[in-house]
Design a protein around this ligand. Structure first.
Ligand code: ZN
Ligand code: ZN
Length: 219
């Protein structure tokens, strides 16, 4: 799995996850990607180590000006050593990695889908209200209405693939979309695309119909 992943988490997200400052909805997407991706798991281990060093130092003496640089150097040298973060242990036939299975209390077949229009279905997962996370099922060849973002949107592909104005995203890939991105994701032909998607603000749809529907589906 990990060899085919092309799109990864940003440093900001890994740092926020390590420090425990992300909304629960984002934590779930980050944890799920990490469980699928050796590269991000190794980078996270570095941030965890930096955080640990900073806490240890601040408890003793005030930090010397160059100590952060020194810590960073040490971290680079030890990158990837800690392995206490979730690793993918899903069964061969399962679609959901472990962190997601725990939220859904099962795999793909236990999801209660609701239609949101245009053939697309969603299932909103229960998290704290500062951000929203949902599973999306986009039928093969179908487009999600074009939209912009008021905040950050994380989209992790679990099955199939989608293509938008920026690139192709296959299983394990994560797209981090900010306010500057406007896109129309289209599921690739051949297989329904299943994604885990978190947003911390409502999307900005261009078309009138999606805008009306938006009030009912909380997207
Ligand atoms: Zn990654
Ligand atoms: Zn988007």
């Amino acid at each position: 799995m990990t060899k085919t992943i092309k799109h990864h988490l940003t440093d900001d997200l890994l740092m926020g996850y390590s420090a425990g400052t992300l909304p629960e909805a984002f934590n779930l997407v980050v944890a799920t990607h990490i469980s699928m991706c050796d590269e991000c798991r190794a980078r996270l281990a570095s941030f965890d180590a930096v955080g640990g060093e900073l806490v240890a130092k601040s408890e003793t003496v005030e930090m010397a000006e160059n100590s952060l640089t020194a810590v960073m150097e040490k971290i680079k040298a030890s990158a990837g050593i800690s392995e206490d973060r979730p690793k993918c242990v899903r069964a061969p036939n399962a679609v959901f990695p472990t962190p997601l299975q725990e939220y859904v209390a099962g795999d793909l077949d236990s999801v209660k889908w609701r239609r949101v229009g245009g053939g697309v279905s969603q299932a909103i997962l229960k998290t704290s209200s500062d951000a929203t996370v949902r599973l999306l099922r986009i039928p093969a060849g179908t487009a999600v209405p074009d939209h912009g973002h008021r905040g950050t949107e994380l989209t992790l592909v679990l099955q199939g693939a989608f293509v938008d104005e920026t690139d192709r995203f296959g299983a394990g890939d994560i797209e981090v979309a900010g306010e500057e991105l406007h896109h129309t994701p289209v599921a690739e032909a051949g297989m329904d695309c299943i994604c885990l998607s978190a947003t911390d603000a409502p999307l900005r749809f261009n078309g009138l119909l999606p805008r009306i529907a938006q009030r009912f589906v909380r997207i």
